[in-house]
Design a protein around this ligand. Structure first.
Ligand SMILES: O=C(O)C(=O)C[C@]1(C(=O)O)C=C[C@@H](O)C=C1
Length: 114
């Protein structure tokens, strides 16, 4: 039977079932993001304590390259993957700046190279 041949009732049951899976994925995304922000809080405190700048553009460029490749492999739009990462990173940088401001260490210089 094709999707056109199922009854409207069957279609609604199927829609509900697919939506349950979407809800599971959305919940996983929220949990994953919460974990990611826990790690970036640690990075923010470390950076503030050592006077390191909130943003690291070289690190971001490497992350974008990697995520675009992963997106392509997974048949996800790489542009979307890049925008999604940028959206999250922008929020992380706000958090870093807030931590630095409350810690009293404002970073204005590039990190020292080791
Ligand atoms: O890795 C860092 O240096 C971070 O501060 C974390 C992070 C990220 O969210 O992945 C955020 C800001 C930086 O510009 C790069 C990466």
């Amino acid at each position: 039977m094709t999707e056109h041949e199922t009854s409207d009732d069957d279609a609604l049951t199927r829609l509900q079932s697919i939506r349950e899976s979407i809800d599971n994925v959305d919940a996983a995304l929220i949990h994953l993001l919460a974990e990611r922000f826990k790690f970036t809080q640690l990075v923010g405190r470390l950076k503030a304590a050592h006077g390191l700048p909130a943003a690291d553009l070289e690190r971001e460029a490497r992350q974008i390259k990697r995520l675009r490749a992963l997106a392509e492999e997974s048949h996800l739009d790489p542009e979307f993957a890049e925008k999604f990462l940028n959206f999250i990173v922008a929020e992380v940088i706000h958090h870093h700046e807030r931590i630095a401001a409350t810690t009293g260490v404002i970073a204005t210089v590039e990190p020292k190279t080791v």
